[in-house]
Design a protein around this ligand. Structure first.
Ligand SMILES: [Cu+2]
Length: 211
């Protein structure tokens, strides 16, 4: 622990020195290297302190489009594609990757109903719960939702997905805790940022975390 502290202090000192040195290439390289080391040192410190906290940035809130029924163990999510013009309408309730993303959190074991509506006048959209988080292919040959039934109809097809002005509902049981994503499977949409995070919480948390 003492060693780690000393390392952090030394790095902090060098960091200041590098900033004062004024941007030649050697010093900025050095600085990048040092910040990497500093991150490693912080991680070590975090581990020895028994606290990680990395993914917990942002407060868990309950927007009016998520409702939780603890008695019946259900969550209802009113999800709108193209509810704003963000990302050229390719967003879920205004959220998308590469801009203001968000994480929807539901308790493990709850039945989740997604009321999906497409308010984008210009394009069909779809949504499903995918195991992959980010780095999607431009096109999806087939969709394998994480949970049975956790995808809107015709999800990969321009002709069969949810058309402008249409809506549909589907339900699934969030049986397994983990970090997933809500993804639009239309060609090019996910790679262009039409996805948000979706977490099934073993601790029973529910709500929205802005990122
Ligand atoms: Cu889409």
């Amino acid at each position: 622990m003492r060693k780690t502290l000393a390392a952090v202090l030394a790095l902090a000192f060098f960091g200041v020195a590098a900033c004062g040195g004024g941007g030649d290439q050697a010093s900025s390289q050095q600085s990048a290297q040092e910040s990497g080391q500093q991150a490693a040192a912080q991680q070590q410190g975090g581990q020895s302190g028994g606290e990680s906290g990395g993914q917990q940035a942002g407060e868990l809130t309950m927007p009016d489009w998520i409702s939780v029924d603890e008695q019946n163990e259900t969550v209802t999510i009113d999800l709108i594609a193209g509810s704003t013009s963000a990302n050229n309408n390719w967003n879920f309730n205004g959220y998308h990757a590469g801009g203001n993303n968000a994480r929807v959190v539901v308790p493990q074991g709850y039945e989740v109903t997604i009321n999906f509506e497409n308010q984008d006048d210009l394009s069909p959209h779809s949504v499903g719960i995918d195991a992959q988080v980010g780095d999607y292919p431009p096109t999806f040959q087939e969709v394998e939702p994480v949970f049975d039934g956790a995808v809107s109809s015709g999800a990969t097809s321009m002709a069969d997905a949810t058309q402008p002005g249409q809506s549909e509902s589907f339900s699934f049981t969030a049986s397994e805790a983990g970090d997933y994503a809500m993804v639009c499977y239309l060609p090019g949409h996910a790679t262009a940022g039409m996805w948000i995070h979706f977490t099934v919480s073993a601790e029973g948390e529910a709500g929205l975390r802005e990122m």
